[in-house]
Structure formats: C-alpha cells, structure tokens
Ligand binder design. Structure first.
Ligand SMILES: Nc1nc2c(ncn2[C@@H]2O[C@H](COP(=O)(O)OP(=O)(O)OP(=O)(O)O)[C@@H](O)[C@H]2O)c(=O)[nH]1
Ligand SMILES: [Mg+2]
Length: 228
C-alpha cells in the first residue's frame, strides 16, 4: 500500500467553518481567492462530482479520514475539511461530496459558484460513468462561461477491481487521458480501497487551481488566454 507523501498529508479539521467564498463575477471568471484569518493559509473550495456509486465518497473519506468505506450509503451532500501543505504552502480545503448525478440531473449552482476546482470521478469498470464526465464538464462550463478553463482533475476510480481482476476494465488509461486533454484537465486512476493515488488527486487539483490563479515559471499556464 503506498504511503501518503509527506507534503500532502491531510489533517481532518473537524471544527473548522470557513467563511463563505464569494460568487464569481458575472463575466464568467473563476471565483476570486479569498484570504481571511491567517493570510498565509490558502482556502480552496473543491467539489466532487460523478455518477452514482463510482466511489466519490470513498475517495474523499480515504483522503480525509484514512479509511475505506466498504458499505454503500448514497450521499445527499457532505462537506469535509482538510489541511495540507502543497509546495510548502499551507492550505485548508473545503471538499463538497455530492449526490451521484445522472444525465438528467441539474447541476445545482452551489456546486459550481464559488468553487475553485472540481474532481470529476468515473469508475474504470463503468463506461456509462465515464461518458457522464464530458456532460458534467459542460454543465460546469455553463456556469463559468466560455472564456476560460476551470481547474479539474478527472479520476478513474476503483482501479483495484481491474488490478485484482474482479471486474473488466471498460475505460483504458489512454481514453481517460484523451478526455482530460480535450478539456484541459489533469487525469489519474485511483483506488479508495487500496489507497492508490488518493493524495495525488488533491495535489493535482491544487496544481491546476494555482495555475489559474498564480502562474509561475515552473507552473506555466498551458496555452490559454484568461481574462480576470
Ligand atoms: N473495489 C472498490 N470499491 C470501491 C472503491 N471506491 C468505492 N467503492 C465501493 O463502491 C460503492 C460505492 O462507493 P461510494 O463511495 O459510496 O460511491 P459514491 O460515488 O459516493 O455514490 P453516491 O453517493 O451514490 O453518488 C461502495 O460499496 C464502496 O465500498 C474502490 O476504490 N474500489
Ligand atoms: Mg457518495
């Protein structure tokens, strides 16, 4: 079982209630970064979206609480908090775990407005769940407008099922990467069950978020024109 990298070890913050983040401006820009309280700590709001039963809750719980949810309880909505250091910068994350979506679901505005980045989850053993991802991304973009890109990580969950030959792989890594490339997102395969790459999801997402907000020479903006 891979051990979490020291720089991304999340610490549950049970009694933490961050101030509400401002809504994005009406011109489709991403939400402004709000720094209140300890100005050195960056607060980021993250939304986890995907079809039902792809392992969204198991992923978040493995990240924040370090255990695997082996039983299935459909989520209505849950919010988790975690603290971590990324590139030596302290962050607090508010992670919103949402109910599974289907193609007819309307994406609630609270899952898009004021959110800094998105984790879009499918199961590597479910093609329908993979096919939902582009539609979800389209719905997010409807809130943010067409003038830019929204920080996203696409996650192929339940990798252990194919690794242990308990299920047939329906989505190849190449397909996942191609989709991610087409929407300028990061991509990774994970297993909440065997704690594979769970920390990496949030590291990748923070990388995407910070690329939008504070591009640096070692974190260049990948060929996009972003008007704040
Ligand atoms: N083998 C395996 N099973 C998993 C993994 N992640 C989740 N599961 C199982 O898949 C089922 C659904 O997991 P959840 O995390 O509740 O799925 P969800 O996407 O949050 O579901 P909704 O809240 O209904 O949208 C549960 O029985 C989990 O134990 C994983 O990485 N590997
Ligand atoms: Mg859930």
């Amino acid at each position: 079982m891979p051990s979490p990298s020291p720089r991304s070890l999340p610490i549950p913050v049970s009694a933490f209630s961050p101030p509400p983040l401002r809504a994005p401006s009406m011109n489709g820009a991403l939400p402004p970064i709000v720094q209140e309280g300890n100005a050195a700590v960056r607060r980021r709001r993250i939304c986890v979206l995907g079809s039902r039963q792809v392992g969204k809750s198991a992923l978040v719980v493995q990240y924040v609480e370090h255990h695997f949810l082996s039983k299935y309880y459909p989520t209505i909505e849950s919010t988790f908090h975690a603290s971590l250091a990324h590139r030596s910068q302290p962050y607090t994350l508010e992670i919103v775990d949402t109910a599974g979506q289907d193609e007819y679901s309307v994406l609630a505005s609270r899952y898009a407005i004021g959110v800094h980045g998105f984790v879009l989850v499918y199961s590597v053993a479910s093609r329908p769940s993979f096919e939902m991802i582009r539609g979800l991304h389209d719905k997010i973009m409807q809130y943010y407008g067409v003038r830019g890109e929204v920080p996203c990580v696409i996650v192929g969950q339940k990798q252990d099922l194919v690794e242990k030959q308990l299920a047939t792989r329906q989505i190849t890594p190449q397909e996942g990467q191609a989709l991610a490339k087409s929407i300028h997102a990061a991509w990774i395969e994970t297993s909440a069950s065997s704690n594979l790459n769970i920390d990496k999801v949030f590291d990748l997402l923070l990388e995407e978020v910070e690329r939008q907000y504070s591009p640096t020479p070692d974190r260049p903006q990948p060929g996009r024109c972003w008007i704040m």
